[in-house]
Ligand binder design. Structure first.
Ligand SMILES: Nc1ncnc2c1ncn2[C@@H]1O[C@H](COP(=O)(O)OP(=O)(O)OP(=O)(O)O)[C@@H](O)[C@H]1O
Ligand SMILES: [Mg+2]
Length: 449
């Protein structure tokens, strides 16, 4: 995946020539005539770097810079100026501009400054990352930020709250924090709060005394006590009932537990890492998650980015799992062809890294050839997409059933590629115009109204 650069300049000729020069160097370039247009696009996607004109028509470049930095302090911006005064340069640097380019622009200095900035950015991101155990694969900015947070969290005993969609690597991150922390030789205990029935969860967490309830024939040690001195991973914490949440909060505050049916207070020293795949603030609003518990847990928040927001990591992960599957199953070497990788980069990955891992394993094991190509990938994504809910087609005649199936299938495929016609057509192996026609004939609405 190419490095993406945004160029903001009100001068059409400068936009055109910068685009040409940078594209020749294999950068992906998007140009904007105004800061406003650029800020709007930044809500949707993040480039690696922005070149921003100081003097824009009807706009102050410095104000645009402020707005960019407010939303993303780490996004590097190089200012372009015709006749910058020292005063403006000082002001821009204070706000966080990375460097200045003087008009008229020299190709050499443009390229040098960009390269320098991008290199610096990686070393800047790498700074402070000290991880002895690092299984988190990926080189995107988002992954570096996660690693920075892991490294920071590992140095302390502070509670950590990890958010992210299914399969983004929350548990992996929790284990990495543990393995890199000074509690690494003590236990790591995990509990999936969603998987345990409400009537058992307290006994699971705090243990119980013999005879505490019917069926409690023996004393049982709970997860908090098992984790004593070590780390407790409370997975899917928003699925815990409010009553249990209140009890967990009290344990955190008092640092002791009482087994169910017991009266003795047992002191515990446990580092808590919690995770959830729902939005905790929404869960608080909905009355399903206690705000006070949230603030207790949220000392170091870590947000796991979905895979579709860090496409540059997809080829890296594909090759990583390819190699791993080959090694574990002692298979002959195989590779993905470039078109296959491209198609996999376009897919939206609702199940994130776990889904990618599963698809790669399946492809590697089922493909006999040395090359895994677009045909195999298409077949495998086809299974995933058509495998979702089975619609009742039995009552329809063959023609209507086929039409229904086709319609549903195209809708699902469109969804997987975020409604993008070119990508969906590419996946389905048909011409764009043909897909357009189908969409019209089958009366498919592209965007949810
Ligand atoms: N960046 C990554 N590099 C390597 N492996 C990864 C990465 N992210 C996730 N994985 C792997 O993907 C799988 C899913 O990750 P994990 O179980 O940590 O996700 P999760 O966020 O806890 O998912 P869920 O919400 O479904 O419980 C695991 O096998 C994990 O090792
Ligand atoms: Mg998990």
């Amino acid at each position: 995946m190419n490095t993406k650069i945004f160029v903001v300049d009100d001068d059409k000729n400068i936009r055109k020539s910068l685009k040409e020069i940078l594209e020749d160097e294999n950068y992906e370039v998007q140009v904007f005539p105004s800061g406003k247009a650029c800020l709007k696009q930044l809500e949707k996607e993040k480039p690696s770097l922005i070149l921003l004109d100081v003097w824009l028509q009807n706009e102050d470049g410095i104000e645009v810079l402020k707005e960019i930095k407010k939303n993303d302090p780490f996004l590097p911006v190089i200012m372009i100026s015709g006749h910058a005064t020292i005063e403006i340069a000082v002001q821009a640097t204070k706000i966080g501009a990375y460097d200045f380019l003087e008009k008229p622009l020299s190709i050499q200095s443009v390229l040098e400054k960009i390269e320098n900035c991008l290199q610096n950015k990686t070393s800047e991101l790498n700074k402070d990352i000290q991880l002895e155990y690092d299984e988190l694969i990926g080189e995107s900015e988002q992954i570096y930020k996660v690693k920075q947070a892991i490294s920071q969290a590992a140095k302390t005993n502070a509670r950590v709250f990890i958010y992210g969609e299914n399969g983004t690597g929350k548990e992996l991150v929790a284990r990495m924090i543990y393995k890199n922390s000074n509690r690494k030789n003590k236990p790591f205990i995990d509990i999936n709060c969603a998987a345990i029935p409400e009537e058992l969860i307290e006994s699971e967490l705090f243990g119980h005394e013999k005879g505490a309830f019917t069926g409690a024939n023996e004393r049982r040690i709970g997860k908090f006590e098992l984790a004593n001195g070590g780390t407790l991973f409370l997975d899917e914490i928003c699925d815990m009932s409010l009553t249990t949440q209140a009890k967990v909060l009290r344990v955190i505050e008092e640092q002791n537990i009482t087994r169910v049916g017991g009266s003795e207070k047992i002191h515990i020293d446990v580092r808590i890492i919690a995770a959830t795949n729902v939005d905790p603030l929404q869960a608080i609003k909905d009355g399903k998650f206690r705000e006070d518990l949230y603030y207790r847990l949220n000392v170091i928040p870590i947000i796991m980015p979905p895979l579709r927001e860090r496409i540059s990591d997809i080829p890296i992960l594909l090759n990583y799992f390819l190699k791993k599957t080959i090694e574990t199953n002692q298979l002959k070497p195989k590779i993905f062809t470039n078109p296959a990788i491209e198609l996999l980069c376009q897919y939206s990955w609702p199940g994130n890294v776990r889904e990618l891992k599963n698809i790669v394993e399946r492809l590697v094991i089922l493909t006999d050839k040395e090359e895994i190509g677009i045909k195999e990938v298409r077949e495998s994504l086809f299974t995933v997409i058509s495998d979702t809910d089975k619609d009742d087609l039995a009552n329809l005649d063959l023609k209507s059933a086929r039409r229904e199936f086709e319609k549903n299938y195209i809708i699902k495929a469109l969804k997987q590629f975020d409604g993008n016609i070119s990508k969906t057509a590419n996946f389905l192996g048909m011409e764009r115009t043909h897909l357009h026609k189908k969409i019209k004939n089958l009366n498919i609405k592209i965007k949810d109204e």
